[in-house]
Design a protein around this ligand. Structure first.
Ligand code: SAH
Length: 424
């Protein structure tokens, strides 16, 4: 007799982080594939989604909210969808297990070190969140304590005890967030132990990552994703490559060996600093990174006659901007490799790019976020020879802004912790 499938996690319904846990993994993949075909099929053939052999404990970044429950007990976990209530979570099916253990131990230490958790209503208390990041290959562990104030009287003995319990921790950072916004990390930081950054190895390159820089949360699938992106770019060693929305430079640096030069642009200054350090760390002499809006940057460069041969673009879930797409069509690279974490905004942007003279030649979904509804796609766009489409009508952009863009983005959502793949 066939066994009925049960969601493996008891918190599945309360937590809301794993929208597809009611389905066995192969079924989750089928569902994602069908969605990709529905949204992206009109632009070309959609390859079979690449799933994971072991789809559990893949998240190398874990973020827990701290609060008091109704009985005034300290709890740590995730915000219940649409509320300020914290659902206690000690172990999670998709999170790194070391990170989960560190968070539980921190919670158990709080009373002994007279650390109060922050109360959103009264604005009193200290600890708001704990964020843990673990380098997949390096094993280096970063702990970020997000607090309402820089005054931390028991700091020294607290950190000493934490390191005693978890010698694998390589750096501890105090992040100060005294604002009442849903964004987890504040602007100010104080390093309490170690270098304030961790390093990891991805696609045979070393990367330095600081607390506020974006770094993909599923390293196993990221190597597959970037591998596909670089394969699609088919670099010969002669190309000038633009890595737009470059984060800490992961894609550009991975591709740099096959290119003449790589230029990366990114809005987050911390990430740009990391990217510059990463170029140095990998001994590269052909990679440069700059801070700015990707659209403005490419527009400015296109005006000066700069023409990249290949563009990688990896925008946030809201997709690329009108300014960027317009500038891309003006710069007219031979190939663009679009890496997207939302097939809806990808479809919207593909309408513009295909109307502007590009063809989607390869569409490859990769399951970066098993058990959740999210899916990543890498799409190769090649410029058609004909000039007939080059006069594009960007009013299309307006028309094609779907509801997907109107949805709150990850950074704005209170329930972002552990629930959205591109959380910060
Ligand atoms: N390519 C990187 C980062 C992708 S996440 C990687 O794979 O790790 C998207 C990145 O776009 C984030 O680092 C975010 O800070 C950046 N970003 C968001 N809006 C931007 C904009 N308007 N211009 C440039 N970068 C932007």
């Amino acid at each position: 007799m066939e066994e009925t499938y049960r969601p493996p996690c008891a918190l599945y319904k309360k937590c809301g982080g794993c929208q597809l846990q009611h389905l066995p993994y192969p079924e989750q993949l089928r569902r994602k594939q069908a969605r990709e075909i529905a949204l992206l099929g009109p632009f070309g053939h959609v390859e079979d989604i690449i799933g994971m052999a072991d789809p559990t404990h893949y998240r190398n970044k874990v973020c827990a909210a701290f609060a008091l429950d109704q009985k005034k007990r300290i709890v740590s976990g995730v915000y219940q969808p649409g509320s300020h209530r914290v659902v206690p979570v000690d172990e999670c099916l998709i999170e790194d297990e070391t990170a989960d253990r560190i968070i539980v131990d921190i919670r158990n230490m709080l009373r002994d070190f007279k650390i109060q958790v922050f109360d959103e209503r009264s604005g009193r208390g200290f600890l708001r969140h704990v964020l843990v990041r673990r380098g997949f290959r390096s094993g280096e562990v970063m702990v970020v304590l997000v607090a309402s104030s820089p005054v931390f009287p028991t700091q020294k003995p607290f950190v000493r005890k934490l390191l005693e319990l978890h010698p694998e921790i390589t750096t501890v950072i105090l992040n100060i967030n005294d604002r009442c916004t849903p964004v987890v990390l504040g602007e100010r930081e104080k390093i309490l132990h170690g270098p304030g950054v961790i390093e990891d190895v991805l696609c045979a390159h070393r990367f330095r990552i600081s607390p506020r820089s974006f770094y993909q949360v599923n390293p196993v699938q990221t190597e597959i994703l970037y591998g596909k992106a670089v394969e699609f770019a088919a670099l010969s060693g002669r190309e000038t490559v633009l890595d737009a929305y470059c984060g800490v430079g992961t894609i550009g640096i991975t591709a740099s060996g096959g290119a003449k030069q790589v230029i990366g642009v990114e809005l987050n200054r911390d990430a740009v600093k990391d990217a510059i350090a990463n170029a140095r760390l990998n001994g590269l002499k052909n990679a440069w990174f700059t801070a700015g809006d990707a659209g403005e940057y490419l527009q400015g460069m296109a005006k000066e006659g700069f023409r990249p041969d290949v563009v990688f673009l990896d925008p946030p879930r809201s997709g690329s901007s009108e300014a960027f797409l317009k500038a891309l069509l003006k710069a007219a690279p031979d190939r663009a490799v679009y890496i997207s974490c939302d097939p809806e905004t990808l479809a919207r942007d593909l309408k513009i790019l295909t109307a502007g003279g590009y063809r989607a030649q390869k569409i490859q979904p990769v399951d970066m976020f098993p058990y959740t509804e999210h899916v990543e796609t890498v799409c190769l766009l090649s410029k058609l020879d004909t000039k007939q489409h080059t006069e594009i009508d960007l009013r299309m952009y307006e028309k094609n802004v779907t509801n997907a863009e109107k949805k709150p983005t990850a950074g704005k959502s209170r329930t972002m912790c552990r629930k959205t793949p591109d959380c910060m």
